[in-house]
Design a protein around this ligand. Structure first.
Ligand SMILES: NC(=O)c1ccc[n+]([C@@H]2O[C@H](COP(=O)([O-])OP(=O)(O)OC[C@H]3O[C@@H](n4cnc5c(N)ncnc54)[C@H](O)[C@@H]3O)[C@@H](O)[C@H]2O)c1
Length: 361
């Protein structure tokens, strides 16, 4: 089993990575010195697949267990749902030495993590991510939170888990579309890491989509390691952590312009990456070959490379309203080279417009 160490100013914690690792959750939790109750928070899709196994693993090590099963979907990430969970934890007489186990994708992880960070001012937290996005991104780094009706992720905190168990074997039940969602973030990490990772992904995207574990595990590991490095330098997102926004400035504009119904987050990030690479070629001297190679890689994965059904002006308008400013200039992450991201690039509005228009073809 691969064991990585997350090292942040607020906490150090292990990340266990292995296909099958979730079967040993109880042993692993005990191995880091934990005892007491574990409240497993999950959604009904994941519960049907993995709750029994996870509960059995904890029970066999003597942990007392309770289970809370939520409706799947972004709607669960709300203050109302958090409030219901606080009451449930109170009812179960959960105390500070006890813990919440988030079993699921980013929605469950963000909500359960937020509840763990605030109930009694913080109780134990274990993340067992079950989507690709949550294994490479949301379960690592300590951002937890909920949505409010006005905006996504506006209420939350930084709260590192005590342990993460990333089991790529759990991805076998994931719908292909969810796998593609996560792969958009993986492509982002490859661009941020360098040519070596990017070309490895180009040659293995087919094996990845077939979930051949000898290709999946090393890729998940590289993404986690990259995120750990960034978070250890800038846990609270004051500077360097912004590199993780590569492709997200335009991506968020596309998602919002389609009212979150035309393109999913991962699809919008794919288009945002194309725009960021295009601007990097124009402004930072990134070699021209990368635009083409990125388009091919995203196409192989089944992610969009052209924007349809959304007016570029609407994208620009949502980008402007996102930063609450009228001018169209954008603060973006661009690439000087693969593996050499530059944060806080001030890009003129007309250049952003031209790049978003190019996405339409
Ligand atoms: N905290 C962070 O740093 C961070 C980073 C990125 C995204 N996020 C958040 O993550 C959320 C999106 O997460 P997501 O993409 O994992 O979506 P999700 O949590 O909604 O899960 C997607 C769907 O897959 C199902 N599912 C999960 N695991 C499964 C499995 N193994 N097999 C079959 N079905 C499974 C779920 O029930 C759900 O229907 C958003 O709310 C986003 O804001 C947080």
């Amino acid at each position: 089993m691969i064991q990585l160490l997350a090292s942040t100013r607020s906490k150090e914690y292990p990340i266990f990575l292995d296909s099958g690792a979730s079967e040993s959750v109880g042993k692993l939790w005990k191995s880091i010195g934990r005892s007491g109750k574990v409240v497993i928070v999950t959604d009904s899709n994941v519960a049907g697949l993995y709750l029994e196994g996870i509960s059995a693993s904890l029970a066999s090590e003597g942990f007392s267990i309770a289970e809370v099963v939520l409706e799947p979907g972004e709607g669960a990430k709300s203050l109302e749902q958090a409030s219901r969970l606080y009451s449930r934890l109170f009812e179960l007489q959960v105390r500070r030495r006890d813990a919440v186990l988030a079993l699921g994708g980013g929605v469950v992880g963000d909500l359960a993590g937020f509840v763990a960070s605030t109930y009694m001012r913080g109780i134990g937290l274990m993340q067992v991510p079950t989507t690709l996005l949550s294994q490479v991104d949301s379960s690592i780094g300590g951002k937890v939170g909920v949505n409010i009706s006005e905006a996504k992720n506006y209420v939350g905190s930084f709260y590192q888990p005590d342990m993460v168990v990333a089991d790529p074997g759990l991805l076998k039940s994931l719908p292909e579309r969810q796998l593609q969602e996560g792969l958009a973030e993986v492509v982002k990490y490859a661009l941020l890491t360098g040519e070596d990772f990017f070309s490895a992904l180009e040659s293995s995207s087919g094996e990845f989509l077939d979930l051949n574990m000898s290709f999946v595990e090393p890729v998940v590991r590289r993404c986690i390691e990259y995120k750990l490095r960034v978070v250890s330098e800038d846990e609270r997102d004051y500077g360097r952590r912004a590199v993780l926004n590569l492709g997200h400035t335009v991506g968020h504009g596309i998602e919002a312009a389609g009212d979150y119904g035309v393109y999913s987050h991962g699809q919008a990030v794919a288009l945002g990456l194309i725009a960021a690479v295009g601007l990097s070629q124009r402004l930072m001297g990134l070699p021209g070959e990368y635009g083409e190679r990125l388009g091919e890689l995203l196409g192989d994965i089944g992610l969009p490379v052209r924007m349809q059904g959304i007016d570029p002006e609407a994208v620009l308008a949502s980008m402007a309203s996102d930063k609450k400013a009228d001018d169209l200039s954008a603060n973006m992450v661009l690439l000087k080279a693969l593996g050499e991201p530059q944060i806080n690039c001030d890009v003129e509005g007309e250049l952003v417009r031209a790049e978003v228009e190019r996405l339409v073809g």
